[in-house]
Design a protein around this ligand. Structure first.
Ligand code: UGA
Length: 439
């Protein structure tokens, strides 16, 4: 078992740290935020993620994981250091590597024994080469240090499960030493390992995420066409999914992909391609379709109504998907401000995302409208004139067609997640609009 340090305690870093401890490694997680570190030391997870806190507490109790702000102490005698810090999108679409550079420099100044630095963060192709050079430039002690790429494929909401039961682990290394060490670190996971060069590993991450983003945008494009030609996207999905070359996952049409990864990684790859004089037309198309898809229901509703002014609008779901409190790039963030600007009285419900949403839009007056957070879906629907569904939480799926009819003043529902059968809504007397279906 190895002594491992992890830089960054967001989704990628913390989940990696906890899972590495779970399989028996000695792990120390480093973060600059002292309050966060103290909370983690007492077993509190800073992120909402199924099973993460329980696993954290188990491994703290077993003495296999600890948390610190003291990077020098954490890095000085580590066999391996995982970097899992954020690489946020910059205004031009490129990935911001400032966090990576900071950590690389701290590593260079701290390590006192041979060490493998493993980049888990999503970084543009070629970054690992640069990080290695950067560390060598700032290295204080005469030790061997190499950088390996090990992109992360976990999804929010199922992060622990995705890590412990990953379909594959990608390792990109530049030497036999690094390859063997990383394979040994991952050996206790007993999962398939694909070993490639660093640049290929970096590209696998973008190519995978962007393929999934493209798959979703393609289905949204087809859904929009279905509406125009009288086909039903749900039937089309079912028919396509039996083809094992296509597969059944990530075919769901809706109001576009959100979250911190697909929007950022599609733009980063497009930017990277342009830097090399190449236009990645497929990915650019996915970005365009997704941009328009987010407000497609708002425009449908605008066409149906004279005005939103003075209407009570129920918004069900604020997060970019269920199982997370994250609202980054969520459809709600694109639609709620439009509704408020138009003078709507918005009652929004989300089982976990209200706090994060309120950081962008707190309760109260905005423009010509007013925003209120409801404590459950029924409360949001009470006497509403219109309802928008943005996230497929179980709590929202539990609302029956009849509930819309009984609770709302006028049962007019715009569903971005195709949660209901068109016929069932019709029978319940609900005027129902969804994605890619004839409703
Ligand atoms: C995504 C990838 O799925 C992970 O493999 C990857 O590791 C991660 O990004 C990352 O780069 O860190 P995540 O963003 O957490 O994970 O969430 P997804 O479950 O992929 O969903 C992303 C968005 O796509 C959501 O808004 C979801 O509603 C939407 N989606 C997903 C669809 O519209 N249709 C689908 O069929 C599937």
């Amino acid at each position: 078992m190895f002594k491992i340090a992890v830089a960054g305690t967001g989704y990628v870093g913390l989940v990696a740290g906890v899972c590495l401890a779970e399989v028996g490694h000695q792990v120390i997680c480093v973060d600059v935020d002292e309050n966060k570190v103290n909370a983690m030391k007492s077993g509190l997870s800073p992120i909402y993620e199924v099973n993460l806190e329980a696993l954290m507490q188990k491994n703290i109790a077993a003495g296999r994981i600890d948390f610190t702000t003291d990077y020098q102490d954490a890095y000085k005698d580590a066999d391996a250091i995982f970097i899992g810090v954020g690489t946020p999108e910059q205004p031009d679409g490129s990935a911001n590597l400032a966090n990576i550079a900071t950590v690389a420099r701290q590593i260079a100044e701290s390590i006192r024994k041979d060490c493998l630095v493993i980049v888990k963060s999503t970084v543009p192709v070629g970054t690992n080469d640069k990080v290695e050079q950067f560390i060598h430039d700032f290295l204080v002690h005469d030790v061997k240090v190499e950088v390996a790429s090990n992109p992360e494929f976990l999804a929010q909401g199922s992060a622990v499960h995705d890590t412990l039961h990953a379909e594959r682990i990608i390792i990109g290394t530049a030497s036999k030493w690094a390859e063997e060490l990383l394979m040994e670190i991952y050996e206790p996971f007993r999962l398939p390992i694909v070993s490639v060069t660093r640049r290929s590993a970096e590209m696998i991450k973008y190519a995978s995420n962007d393929f999934l983003a493209l798959k979703i945008s393609y289905m949204n494009d087809i859904a929009n066409l279905c509406e125009r030609v009288g086909a039903d996207i749900q039937d089309v999905i079912e028919g396509m999914s039996f083809d094992t070359r296509i597969g059944s996952r990530f075919l769901k049409a809706g109001i576009g992909y959100g979250g911190s990864c697909f929007p950022k990684d599609t733009k980063a790859l497009q930017y990277m391609a342009r830097q090399h004089g190449y236009e990645l037309r497929t990915v650019s198309a996915a970005i365009d379709v997704n941009h328009d898809q987010k407000t497609i229901l708002y425009h449908k509703a605008s066409a149906r109504l004279i005005t939103f002014n003075g209407l009570k609008v129920a918004v069900l779901g604020l997060t970019f998907k269920p199982g997370t409190d994250d609202v980054r790039e969520a459809a709600s963030l694109a639609n709620v401000p439009l509704l408020l600007d138009q003078g709507a009285d918005v009652y929004a419900f989300d089982p976990a995302g209200t706090l994060n949403f309120s950081k962008h839009f707190p309760e109260g007056e905005h423009g010509n409208g007013r925003l209120t957070f409801a404590t459950n879906a029924m409360e949001a629907l009470e006497a509403a004139n219109v309802c928008f569904i943005f996230t497929e939480w179980d709590e929202i799926k539990a609302v029956s067609p009849v509930d819309y009819n009984q609770r709302m003043r006028t049962p007019l529902v715009f569903d971005g997640r195709n949660l209901y059968e068109v016929e069932a809504m019709e029978q319940a007397g609900v005027e129902y609009y969804s994605i890619g279906r004839n409703s």
